[in-house]
Design a protein around this ligand. Sequence first.
Ligand SMILES: [Zn+2]
Length: 374
Amino acid sequence: MGHNVLQLTKELIAIPSVSHWSNAAVSNFIEDRLKRAGFEVERLEYTYKNDEVKVNLVAKKGTGTGGLAFLCHSDTVSGMEEEWEPFQPVVKDGRLYGRGSCDMKGPLAAVLAAVADVETAHLEKPLYVVVTADEEIGLFGARHVVRHSKVMQESRPTHGIVTEPTRLIPVYGHKGYWFIKVTAHGKAAHTSSGEGQSASFRLAPFLAEMAALSEQFQRDPSYMNDEFDPPTNGFNMVFADDGQPNMTSATASCSISLRTMPNARCQEIMDLITTKAEAYGFEVKAGLSPAVYTPTDSPLVQAACHATGNFQPETVAFGTEGFHYQKLMELVVLGPGDIAVAHTVGEYVPVAELEAAVDMYKRMIATICGPARD
Ligand SMILES: [Zn+2]
């Protein structure tokens, strides 16, 4: 042992790493820890819009391919300094308070403490720690890792733990998010001229079709999945146009969004809406962050159940950067702390959960990376 996870979390909190700015300082600290724990560290840098240098770390211990990756991020949301002292960690009543204590410097510290105790000689499969930038502002770091990390491409870890706070409950899935912006074009003119062509009237029949779909999704269970709370797909539409009562609108658009889930006909819905919009001749722009989903009987989810002693894995309502990794590996989300206090003034992690996480992560390493036991 000798790795005090509480102390380590405090040190991480005390190095501010709000997403908007560079995370180089906290990354240097983490890289040093990983190297001292026997990891080879691949450091990937890129520059964000405001010329801030962003750092991703991909660390590997042990040889060969496959194995278990801890998927973490080092950035945090804004400190909101006017309301508390976010970068001066404080322990009170068994809770550690500070920005990132639960999302996710606490979980990251638990990972660093767990992996430091693993002897390379005991690893039949390699172990990885991935620490990204920009998770809180678009998941750019994880995307960069998947595209550019040689270690990930060559070593291909088969199992990943996304260490977001789940109160140490194994989480096997979360919904994804799809949006589509549909724009109709018309011609702006004063209504007295008779020259206008209203983009809003062009869009209206499409909007009516979307309203009908919305009712259907609320009613028909084949568009739902009871594994999620709520089981419905959160279908939503907002509308904007640039006209006025006495001016026809030149453009009218609607943004439609959907919380995607497996086994709820989501691909069918996305295809249907896109096809309809295109058939009207509208301009269409869409984007998808897929759902994360691992069958509950998979070895990884089972290993998480055994490691935590909790045999009722759950789904969660929040998204993670896991979807960037899930083409490469099977995933489970598991970490100390409660997402409900993440991003708040007064964010905290229970110290007992932090300490328990270290042992749980160690048990998962032993199960996935060996050595084989008889
Ligand atoms: Zn997070």
